[in-house]
Structure formats: structure tokens, C-alpha cells
Design a binder for this molecule. Structure first.
Ligand SMILES: Cc1cc2nc3c(=O)[nH]c(=O)nc-3n(C[C@H](O)[C@H](O)[C@H](O)COP(=O)(O)OP(=O)(O)OC[C@H]3O[C@@H](n4cnc5c(N)ncnc54)[C@H](O)[C@@H]3O)c2cc1C
Length: 506
């Protein structure tokens, strides 16, 4: 079966739905989704600077968290276009929490110098963003379809011209003048993650197959406080950073404050720093978790602001009003991804990427908390604008590029988890490359290899990439590591910039 639309959007999270909504008036759009992505799970909120806050301060905090590795023009687009996008979301019916006087309630999270995180349902922001966007997309008449995209079609002139999707037990070909990857992060390439299972890096593998580049794949963010449930596989519940924003503190198992004296913002330091300090405390004490102590927060505030966290804690028998919460870092967010320009265009004509799958450059080497829903809203709209202005048709013949099946998914996840966690070193990364070499080139193997290749290349520590054998930031590494496929279809460093940085004077 074959059909044709103007634009296929792969992914129905904040980024994909924003792109579809922006295109609805001018283009025939089809949104494909393999199931819930991370968007409905987002807790803390959306960061947005308005009123007594200044977008320039938001930009500054974003650059500091990103360890000087952000793209300044894209960060400017994020912070300046953000308020308008959030206002539109409210116009579409999103109900953010408000104070008694009717003003938006704003909280603080790690790395922010101003309370600028708007939230919904206390700590259920993603669910409300998801609900409002889906309702708006439906009202705009956009068609959605359940199914997993397993391949792209490319014209002989090199343009991406459609997708192959598995749906209802068959493989359907859908021709399109442009394809937008909005497939989210890579959580399911690790044994455990805060991401749901549909988030497995398919978009990363599809982009590489089509001939696009990846960049910044070594910058995988670990959230400092996933709930420690004893479970070591699958999706882990999150304890939002906003709990620390309201005054909770991290303690080691002997009760000592972990962040005291470690950073001027203590428990609200950027995520990479907090996650590393927790990892160090766990390693020092030989433990598999630490405590988050929220007992200083008024019970009424905890009940109103954190119903999701309260329920997750209750499910493992912890009453966060009176007891400390067991937490440990877990894989959470991919800062890099498919290399794109400011309008989401990859290097391959007809192929776009937006949201967590894309390396828009706004997260640099480490994402600032609550900047990613905003990224989806802002850059989703930018892609839509670009494709409204310009969408050439493809007329020449096309051929398929198709993902192969992963041979041993659980082994791939175990390798990535063991060697490309918070702490990495050259010996471990080389061992990972060896162990992966026998595991084919399915999508999970491709994602894992891309992270390992990039992490091996970057012989320094920066943002959330921490090499214990190269513990300092090195200015000679002020270049991005780009990844492409070699002639055997395996990820390799591609960019002249990477080569320069690797071989430059030492
Ligand atoms: C627990 C948790 C809490 C978070 N809290 C916050 C927060 O408070 N604030 C914030 O800004 N960010 C937060 N984040 C991060 C944020 O939620 C994500 O970065 C963001 O939602 C990603 O949006 P997206 O649209 O790019 O992808 P996603 O929302 O992950 O959606 C991906 C979509 O792609 C689809 N897909 C994937 N592969 C295929 C395929 N092969 N074929 C078809 N469809 C496919 C999936 O089915 C899904 O529809 C949190 C994340 C998690 C997991």
C-alpha cells in the first residue's frame, strides 16, 4: 500500500506536534508515532523568561550550564521566541498552575538564576503540554497514525522522499516532500533510563542511514535524582529537580550534605555537577543510592506541587513527607543528536530533525533544566515555518534505506550502560567498541556505537561528558565531534573539525 502527503512527521511529542500544528494550515501533514515518548512524562516544567525576568539572563544560564558549548544564535531563538510559543500553548488551552492572584506560578530549578519554570498539575507539566498540543492538532485536522518507521525512501538525486512504516501488521510506504524526525532521545539504548520504551534512538539511526551527520553524541545527560526502586531495567520514575528548587537537599547514606561546598548553587548546581557528586559519594561509600531529604518543605507544598513524585514514592513504600527519598542518577537526555541548522534542516535535502533527536545546539555540553519542552515548541515551529515557505517536490525514482533488526538488544544496552555512563575512560570505551563489534548494525547498535565513538574521540571532560582519564576541560577540544557512517555502515568520526581537534598540536 502506498500513499502520499506533503510532510511526514515521525514522532508525536512536544517537537513533532508543534511542527505539525505549525504546518496544518498550509500543508497536508501526517504524524506517525510508535507510542508515548518522553513528553507526557515531563514533570518540572517549561522554562520561560518574561515580566521581571530577562530572556538574556535565561540565555546566560543556558550557556553556563552548556559549558560554553551552546550555539549562541540558536539559544537566542530559544529564549526570545519561547514566551510567544508558551503564550500560544496557553491560547490552545494548556492550564499552567497559577497563584491566587491569577499570575503564572514560577519555580526555580538547577542552573537557573531566576524562578522561571512554569508548571502544570504541580509536577505533571508534560501531560498537560501533551494534552493541549494533541487537542490543538486534532482541531486543526492533522492526521495521526500509530506505527513504527523502519526506513526512509530516497530519490536518486539524493532527496529524502518518504518513509516505510510498520502499522497494523503490514509495511506501508508513504511518499512525502519532506520528512521531519521528531523521535526523541536514546533512553532505551541504556539498560535503565527515565525515558519510556518507545524512545530508542530510531531517528538517530535513520538519519545516519540517509547520509546525515550526528554531532555532540558524547553529551548524554544523567538526571541526578531518579527514584531508586531497586529496579535496574526499563523506565525509572523521576524525582523532579523542582523538589530541590523548593528546598530539598541531597545527603549521603551517613546523612552528610553532598553538595555543601561543592558549588556556589549547592543542590541547585547544573545537573552534570550534581550527578557527578552523587556518583562520587556512591563510589566512596560503596552504595547504590543516596538520599533526597524533602522533609523541610511544608507538607501542603509537597502535596500540591509534587503529586506525581509523592505517588511514585508511595509505590515503593516511602512517605516523602516524613522520610528521605532513595535516589540515584539515571540516563535522561541526549544533548547532541542529528546535526541541523536553525530551521531543523539536516545536510540531506528533504530530511529535517527537531526536538531531542536534533542537535540544535541549545544544550551545548549539558542541558539546562526545563529547556527541552521549550526547545520542542520553538524549533518545532521553526521547522514548520521553513517548510511552509519552501517545499520542493521530488519527481525522480526512489530507493529504500531500511533499518535492520538488532541482534542482541540487551547486550548492547548493557555495554552502553557499563562503559558510557556518568564516568568514562579510554580503556572502557575501547572495550565497549570491541564488544559492540560483533553485534551488527541495527538501530540500538548504531546509537551505542555513535556514543562510544564520540566519547572516545573527546579526550577531555566537559559538561556531562566526564572522562576520568582526562578530568579537565581542554581548550584544544573546543570543536564538536561529528559522526557519519563508514563504507561498512558503521558510525565513525566524520568531520574535518574533529580530525583537526584530534590531531592538532598537544
Ligand atoms: C521523566 C522525564 C521528565 C522530564 N521532565 C522535563 C521537564 O520538566 N521539562 C523539560 O523541558 N523536559 C523534561 N524532560 C525532557 C523532555 O520531556 C523531552 O526532552 C521532550 O519531551 C522530548 O520531546 P520530543 O518531542 O523531542 O520527543 P518525545 O516526546 O520523546 O517523543 C518521541 C516520539 O517519537 C516517536 N518515535 C520514536 N521512534 C519512532 C519510530 N521509529 N517510528 C515512529 N515513531 C517513533 C515516539 O513514539 C514518540 O511519539 C523530561 C523527560 C523525562 C523522561
Amino acid at each position: 500500500m502506498t500513499r502520499a502527503v506533503d510532510v511526514v512527521v515521525i514522532g508525536a511529542g512536544a517537537a513533532g506536534l508543534s511542527a505539525a500544528l505549525g504546518l496544518a494550515a498550509t500543508r497536508q501533514v501526517l504524524v506517525l508515532s510508535a507510542g508515548d515518548g518522553s513528553t507526557p512524562w515531563a514533570q518540572g516544567g517549561v522554562s520561560v523568561a518574561f515580566g521581571d525576568d530577562d530572556p538574556l539572563d535565561h540565555a546566560h544560564d543556558t550557556h553556563v550550564a552548556g559549558a560554553g558549548f551552546c550555539d549562541p544564535r540558536n539559544v537566542r531563538a530559544l529564549v526570545e521566541e519561547g514566551p510567544q510559543r508558551v503564550a500560544e500553548l496557553i491560547a490552545h488551552g494548556a492550564l499552567f498552575d497559577r497563584r491566587e492572584d491569577g499570575s503564572l506560578s514560577r519555580t526555580l530549578e538547577g542552573g537557573h538564576s531566576h524562578p522561571r519554570i512554569v508548571h502544570a498539575g504541580g509536577d505533571a507539566t508534560g501531560a498537560e503540554v501533551d494534552r493541549a498540543l494533541r487537542a490543538a492538532v486534532r482541531a486543526a485536522g492533522v492526521e495521526t497514525m500509530a506505527g513504527r518507521v523502519i526506513g526512509l525512501t530516497k530519490s536518486t538525486s539524493g532527496r529524502v522522499s518518504g518513509v516505510l512504516v510498520e502499522t497494523g501488521g503490514e509495511t506501508v510506504r508513504i511518499d512525502a516532500r519532506a520528512v521531519v524526525l521528531a523521535t526523541g532521545g536514546i533512553g532505551n539504548a541504556y539498560l535503565a533510563s527515565t525515558n519510556p520504551s518507545a524512545v530508542r534512538g530510531d531517528g538517530i539511526a535513520l538519519a545516519l542511514l540517509a547520509g546525515a551527520s550526528l554531532v555532540d553524541m558524547e553529551f548524554v545527560q544523567f538526571h541526578p535524582t531518579a527514584l531508586f526502586t531497586g529496579q535496574t531495567r526499563g523506565q525509572l520514575p523521576l524525582v523532579t529537580e523542582a523538589v530541590r528548587g523548593e528546598g530539598a537537599v541531597l545527603r549521603d547514606l551517613r546523612g552528610r550534605l553532598i553538595m555543601a561546598g561543592r558549588h556556589p548553587r549547592a543542590d541547585l548546581a547544573p545537573r552534570d555537577i550534581v550527578a557527578r557528586e552523587i556518583e562520587a559519594a556512591m563510589r566512596r561509600d560503596g552504595t547504590d543510592h543516596v538520599w533526597l531529604d524533602a522533609r523541610s518543605i511544608e507538607p501542603d507544598v509537597l502535596r500540591r506541587r509534587f503529586p506525581t513524585v509523592l505517588a511514585s514514592c508511595a509505590s515503593i513504600g516511602v512517605d516523602m513527607l516524613s522520610e528521605q527519598i532513595p535516589v540515584a542518577p539515571a540516563e535522561h537526555f541526549l544533548c547532541g543528536g542529528v546535526q541541523v541548522d536553525r530551521d531543523g534542516a539536516t545536510g540531506v535535502p528533504g530530511l529535517y530533525a527537531v526536538g531531542e533527536v536534533a542537535a540544535s545546539g541549545v544544550h551545548g555540553a549539558n542541558r539546562l533544566a526545563s529547556n527541552s519542552l521549550l526547545e520542542g515548541l520553538v524549533f518545532g515551529r521553526r521547522v514548520a515555518t521553513a517548510l511552509t515557505l519552501d517545499l520542493p517536490a521530488t519527481t525522480d525514482r526512489s530507493y529504500d534505506v531500511v533499518l535492520t533488526e538488532d541482534r542482541e538488544p540487551e547486550r548492547i544496552r548493557a555495554i552502553l550502560t557499563k562503559y558510557a555512563g556518568i564516568r568514562r575512560d579510554g580503556a572502557g570505551l575501547n572495550a565497549a567498541a570491541d564488544e559492540l563489534s560483533a553485534l551488527g548494525n541495527g538501530p540500538l547498535a548504531t546509537v551505542a556505537r555513535s556514543v562510544i565513538v564520540a566519547a572516545t574521540a573527546r579526550e577531555e571532560s566537559r559538561g556531562c561528558h566526564w572522562r576520568s582519564d582526562h578530568p579537565h576541560t581542554d581548550d584544544r577540544w573546543n570543536e564538536h565531534v561529528a559522526i557519519g557512517l563508514d563504507e561498512e555502515g558503521l558510525p565513525t568520526t566524520r568531520d574535518a573539525a574533529t580530525q583537526r581537534a584530534r590531531t592538532g598540536p598537544r
